[in-house]
Design a protein around this ligand. Structure first.
Ligand SMILES: C=C1C[C@]23C[C@@]1(O)CC[C@H]2[C@@]12CCC[C@@](C)(C(=O)O1)[C@H]2[C@@H]3C(=O)O
Ligand SMILES: O=C(O)CCC(=O)C(=O)O
Ligand SMILES: [Fe+2]
Length: 352
């Protein structure tokens, strides 16, 4: 069932109740597929409960994250500076984006994990890789289950047309563990508005942990400790705080799924604000296609009345475009099919 969770209910100025959908995966399948499609259409975001990811798989990765981030900075830097994989601190991506966080970014490939484990967990690399692999295996199964439900709900003839992209052995999926140390509220005596310029301070209480963006991949499966800060933007541009829940997962529609569904699902824009007293730790599985996978709307999503909105591109081309842009940029614009009138106008202006 989709039930707006009471803690996530907030009221806009027009006193409209807005709640994040929660989907109980133990419900009946035909109902579930409808609910997944509805949540993906309305928010591009929902929470799943009764997800079958074992508690120990989650708690063991949690412990590894806590142990790693409690090390001193020179020890953490030995994990290799993020280019893009390894340890990163404050710098997000290659184009000058910054946030009040540190993170570990890993490729989901077991060979890559095994290599990275030697520098991330020097004294127990094999244990660390097993814990990471177990977590990835479990969340990958959850991702495939959700993608199969989505395909069923969209009445796509081949129910595996989305999940098979993630199941491919060359899938470019990633795992990221983010750690947001608390950022103290500025006392009035320190309050210098000139310092606001170009900084991550958005008001006197919170700083930006991770700036507004959408995830480029197909689906993101997110889990965090009990400290909030994540916010999602509704299709109307309203920011909704997401209540933290260490036992459950949140699911986000990414840009690639927006294309595969020909815009019926829209990737969710989100951001993280830091807490003033407590550290937030979150872990994201970014489910992605193989690099050479050609991404274009599923044929069922293209009709005479809803022609393809995007031109086909490979995941490698999309990644290249994403990495050439800033975090908050809308990268999909570059891949949109131009409307007939636009191209006519363009033609007119050229011929002037
Ligand atoms: C600024 C950037 C960081 C990012 C790559 C990018 O150029 C634009 C997309 C960003 C993002 C957001 C979701 C997770 C992530 C790993 C990804 O695939 O795209 C990050 C990239 C990153 O942190 O390297
Ligand atoms: O840390 C979070 O809760 C979300 C981080 C995020 O959006 C990302 O890493 O892409
Ligand atoms: Fe994100």
């Amino acid at each position: 069932m989709v039930v707006p969770s009471p803690t996530s209910m907030i009221r806009t100025k027009k006193t409209k109740a807005v709640g994040i959908p929660t989907i109980d995966l133990s419900a009946e399948r035909s109902l579930l597929s409808e609910l997944v499609v509805k949540a993906c259409e309305e928010y591009g975001f929902f929470k799943v409960v009764n997800h079958n990811v074992p508690k120990e798989v989650i708690s063991r990765l949690d412990e590894e994250g806590i142990e790693f981030f409690s090390k001193n900075s020179s020890e953490k830097c030995q994990a290799g500076t993020s280019t893009p994989f390894g340890y990163g601190c404050k710098n997000i991506g290659p184009n000058g984006d910054k946030g009040e966080l540190e993170y570990l970014l890993l490729h989901s490939n077991p060979v890559s994990i095994s290599e990275r484990s030697k520098t991330i967990a020097k004294d127990h690399p094999i244990k660390f890789s097993c814990i990471v692999n177990d977590y990835i295996k479990a969340v990958k199964e959850l991702t495939c289950e959700i993608l199969e439900l989505a395909a069923e709900g969209l009445w796509v003839p081949d129910k595996s047309s989305l999940s098979k992209i993630i199941k491919d052995e060359h899938s470019d999926s990633l795992l990221r563990i983010n750690h947001y140390p608390p950022v103290k509220k500025l006392g009035n005596e320190n309050w210098d508005p000139s310092k606001l310029h170009n900084s991550n301070i958005i008001n006197s209480n919170n700083t930006i942990g991770f700036g507004e963006h959408s995830d480029p991949q197909i689906l993101t499966i997110l889990r965090s400790n009990n400290v909030g800060g994540l916010q999602i933007s509704t299709h109307h541009g309203l920011w909704i705080p997401v209540p933290p829940d260490p036992n459950e997962f949140y699911v986000m529609v990414g840009d690639a799924l927006q294309v595969l569904t020909n815009g019926r699902f829209v990737s969710v824009r989100h951001r993280v604000l830091t807490n003033t007293t407590k550290p937030r730790m979150s872990m994201m599985y970014f489910a992605a296609p193989p690099l050479n996978w050609l991404i274009s709307p599923l044929s069922k999503m293209v009709t005479i009345h809803s022609p393809s909105l995007y031109r086909p591109f490979t995941w490698a081309q999309y990644k290249q475009a994403a990495y050439a842009l800033r975090l908050g940029d809308t990268r999909l614009d570059q891949f949109k099919v131009q409307k007939q009138e636009d191209s006519n106008n363009e033609h007119d202006s050229h011929s002037l």
